[in-house]
Design a binder for this molecule. Structure first.
Ligand SMILES: [Zn+2]
Length: 338
């Protein structure tokens, strides 16, 4: 099959590789109809994660079941499915409390930017739609494989509630989905931190009531101004670097929780300050499968539409350009079609 491979930092190529094969009777093979590039793929692309040997890359996709293992009961070839980036059995003690991303039988999509992908724990992971959705629905449905549930997880972890003032740090696709989630959860004010006009525009359409274009110290001061010196009731940290975390912790009011979903790189926590100010931290890798059925209902009913986070669509053949466009921030998130 044709699959996206990363050979080294900055070196993305579409290559011919063997099709994925069944390795356990709980597996299924999915024919990918749409995949995309994730902000976390850029960590390797930018050399911040080491690429020790060439491997396939891409963990977000939707598609049609091609083949199922003998142990798979609930899905058959031809089913249209959303593939959560992290696979879970949906039966272990951690799945039972909604922590599917820490499942005892955790697996991951490893060829989401390709023609086929293998899902481990098919019964526990996949969510089916009635037939192939209309082309106009593809972006919003694809967003449910990672980016929307991740933004949702940030808001849930931060305990966003009705009437809250929420700050969202990060204007990537996850941050924008965090704005959408906070707004859907009843936040009264959603303050989005963004310096880019196109992203500010989407943030506003997702429910942001205010935009803070400053960074670091100045951003924290700006939030203080906007909240009469009190700070935010809930904060979503959707980047994963030291500056974003520092800002997130600073703008949280005493007693608030920072929900963090950006893969941490170079973060050191000011634990004593957190102690003194009673500011908490919660979150981690999103348990996509826990949120998927509820989020799918919201998408199908039209209550939310995360589709606009995809501001570019490219054929899989142009996947290297998709990475370049995101790396250079010419695109927020690129949808690729095999
Ligand atoms: Zn589990």
């Amino acid at each position: 099959m044709r699959a996206t491979m990363i050979h080294a930092a900055g070196d993305i190529r579409l290559s011919e590789v063997p099709d994925p094969t069944m390795q356990a009777d709980s597996d299924a093979i999915i024919k990918v109809l749409a995949g995309c590039v994730c902000g976390s793929d850029l960590w390797s692309y930018r050399g911040e994660n080491e690429v020790s040997e060439p491997h396939t890359i891409g963990h977000e996709c939707i598609g049609v079941v091609e083949e199922v293992g003998s142990g798979v009961r609930d899905f058959s070839p031809g089913d249209f499915v959303i593939v959560p980036f992290c696979h879970a059995d949906n039966t272990c003690p951690h799945c039972a409390v909604g922590m599917h991303s820490v499942c005892d039988n955790l697996g991951f999509t490893v060829s989401g930017q390709a023609e086929f992908a293998r899902v481990t724990q098919a019964d526990g992971s996949l969510v089916r739609l009635d037939g192939v959705p209309d082309d106009s629905m593809i972006p919003s449905v694809l967003a449910l494989s990672d980016v929307m549930p991740t933004g949702w997880h940030a808001a849930r972890s931060a305990r966003v509630g009705a009437g809250h003032t929420v700050v969202v740090v990060g204007d990537g696709a996850v941050g924008l989905c965090g704005v959408l989630a906070a707004s859907q959860m009843g936040a009264e004010r959603v303050i989005a931190m963004s310096r880019h006009e196109s992203r500010q525009k989407i943030a506003r359409s997702f429910g942001a009531t205010e935009i803070v274009a400053e960074r670091g110290e100045e951003a924290a001061e700006r939030v203080a101004d906007l909240t009469s010196g009190v700070g935010a009731d809930a904060v979503l940290e959707c980047v994963g670097n030291g500056q974003a975390m520092e800002t997130a912790l600073r703008v949280a009011r005493p007693g608030a929780t920072v929900g963090f979903v950006g893969v941490p790189h170079g973060i050191e926590l000011p634990v004593r300050t957190m102690f003194r100010r009673n500011v908490g931290l919660a979150g981690g890798m999103a348990p996509v499968r826990a949120y998927l059925p509820g989020l799918l209902e919201l998408v199908v009913s039209g209550a939310i539409d995360p589709g606009p986070v995809f501001d570019a669509v490219m054929p899989l053949d142009d996947v290297a350009e998709a990475y370049r466009a995101m790396d250079e921030r010419r695109a927020i998130k690129v949808l690729v079609r095999p």
